[in-house]
Design a protein around this ligand. Structure first.
Ligand code: SF4
Length: 357
């Protein structure tokens, strides 16, 4: 009988599988998620024979760290090996530095966002994406998704109380692996597991309209980000072939039905590609398209990679675009390129590892 990865299990499932008193599952989860101990032998408050029985049936953790790159801006990119020899990336983004008062006392902790992957490769095939070039290999399991967060918390020695944000914006389309992503979110948010509030989690999708509707009905309390990237179907189809199945109107209609956390707005990601979609005419169309939606717009400056057919927009073009959106009362930010010196384009570290660089 093959062993079960505990990261694959919701707490209630583990409880149902364990013998003895019901608090045993909580004890095991406490070691794994709160104390970052995954070796059953070290779980000292469990009887020795109980630890041996656990070892026979379970294991905790399937990821192997193959490579890590640290950027000058504090971003860190992890390349993980999976049990079948495939690889996947996770990125830790430092969003804000520690803050200190005049006496040198820390007044606020640095803020981090973990960008996690949901698939090895991706079927969506966006023209600007390096992950897409490698095609689709497989969905990540629930445990492989959950462990990306647990691994980084352990690696960075983030305590239980440290609040981090999570975005499903790494490799893969999360709504194309919806069942595993939803279960992973239930584990990530559970008080006995990673205990991260749903409002700190964002699912970023290329716009699978029917799945957005399903996600809305699950009422998970997570946030939604839509990768729009274009304001007319012809260009969007060129950039994102998924637009043939779900055009812009169907995506916007699905978003209108999504009830985000009351304090949050639906986020639209718009990748500015130099000379392609960064002009004021596009900004005007975008503002019209989103009118009436409680939306926030994130402009992302394209990060060119070797041989990419697109270029980075100029700062002036990006500022003018943002200024127009702001004049139409949208909260519109230009996302800083994090980790530009460390293979920041999605899929780039994996590619460099393959090439032996
Ligand atoms: S950008 Fe995201 S959805 Fe598009 S191909 Fe890349 S991983 Fe898939």
């Amino acid at each position: 009988m093959s062993k079960i990865n505990i990261y694959d299990l919701e707490p209630k499932e583990l409880t149902g599988m364990l013998s003895g008193p019901s608090f045993r599952a909580t004890q095991v989860l406490n070691w794994i998620y709160k104390k970052n101990i995954t070796d059953f032998k070290e779980m000292s408050n469990l009887p020795k024979d109980y630890r041996e029985a656990l070892e026979e049936r379970f294991f905790a953790g399937a990821l192997t760290l193959l490579r890590k790159e640290v950027s000058l801006d504090g971003s860190e990119k992890y390349l993980f090996g999976l049990p079948d020899g495939k690889t996947v990336e996770t990125v830790l983004l430092k969003m804000k530095e520690d803050e200190y008062d005049d006496d040198g006392k820390k007044t606020r902790e640095a803020r981090y966002t973990v960008c996690i992957s949901s698939q090895v490769g991706c079927k969506v095939g966006c023209a600007f994406c390096l992950t897409a070039k490698g095609g689709f290999e497989r969905n990540l399991t629930v445990g492989e998704i959950v462990e990306q967060v647990a691994f980084i918390k352990k690696d960075k020695e983030f305590g239980e109380e440290k609040s981090i944000n999570i975005v499903f914006m790494g490799m893969g389309e999360p709504l194309d692996n919806m069942e595993n992503v939803v279960k992973a979110i239930k584990i990530i948010t559970h008080k006995d597991a990673l205990c991260i509030a749903p409002r700190r989690i964002t699912i970023s999708t290329s716009g699978l309209a029917t799945k957005i509707e399903k996600l809305a009905n699950l009422n998970l309390g997570v946030n939604l980000a839509i990768s729009l990237h274009a304001v007319d179907d012809v260009l969007r189809e060129k950039l994102m072939p998924i637009n043939r199945a779900y055009n812009i109107k169907s995506v916007i209609d699905a978003v209108r039905g999504f009830k985000a956390d009351k304090r949050k707005k639906v986020l639209f990601e718009y990748l500015l590609l130099g000379g392609v979609n960064d002009d004021i005419a596009s900004a005007k169309k975008l503002a019209k398209l989103l009118s009436g939606l409680d939306a926030k717009v994130n402009l992302i400056l394209f990060n060119p990679y070797e041989d990419s057919e697109f270029k980075r927009p100029t700062t002036e073009a990006a500022e003018a675009f943002r200024g127009y959106m702001a004049s139409k009362k949208f909260i519109c930010t230009i996302r800083e390129s994090k980790g530009i010196d460390i293979s920041a384009a999605c899929g780039q570290l994996k590619q460099r590892d393959k090439d032996g660089r």
